[in-house]
Write a new protein. Structure first.
Length: 135
């Protein structure tokens, strides 16, 4: 029987990935700059991978943890590309810059925290113990 936190991790991963993927897909439209559109579709694909990994995470598969780490890391990079490729109007004042920094920080905070949790030694130890007990 999986530990309670692993169930929470699996549910969070599945639900958050599905909601984020649907939101990214809804925000994508054809008139966008190609880099932005490709990045958005990449995030939709990564979200699908997150949904698919929820089951193996719940079962404690160590390979699912490794893949999820990569998915979250690539998603963080894609989000940074998405933010940096915003065409804007070219004029930036201090207030707009602070608003942009606050927005970027709030958008990147959750995946960054999630990535830290996935690398936490207790999480890794539990997945290794779960994998070795089945072997």
């Amino acid at each position: 029987r999986p530990m309670r936190w692993r169930t929470v991790l699996a549910i969070f991963t599945g639900v958050e990935s599905a909601l984020f993927g649907l939101a990214m897909f809804a925000l994508t439209y054809q008139q966008m700059v190609p880099v932005i559109r490709i990045t958005q579709y990449t995030l939709v694909g990564l979200s699908s991978a997150g949904v698919a990994l929820a089951g193996p995470l719940w079962l404690g598969r160590i390979w699912a943890l490794w893949i999820l780490r990569g998915v979250v890391l690539v998603a963080l990079i894609a989000m940074v590309v998405l933010v940096l490729s915003d065409p804007g109007d070219g004029r930036i004042n201090a207030r707009e810059m602070m608003t942009s920094l606050a927005f970027v920080s709030s958008v990147l905070a959750i995946p960054a925290f999630f990535l830290v949790v996935l690398f936490h030694p207790d999480v890794v130890a539990d997945f290794r113990a779960s994998s070795s007990s089945r072997a």
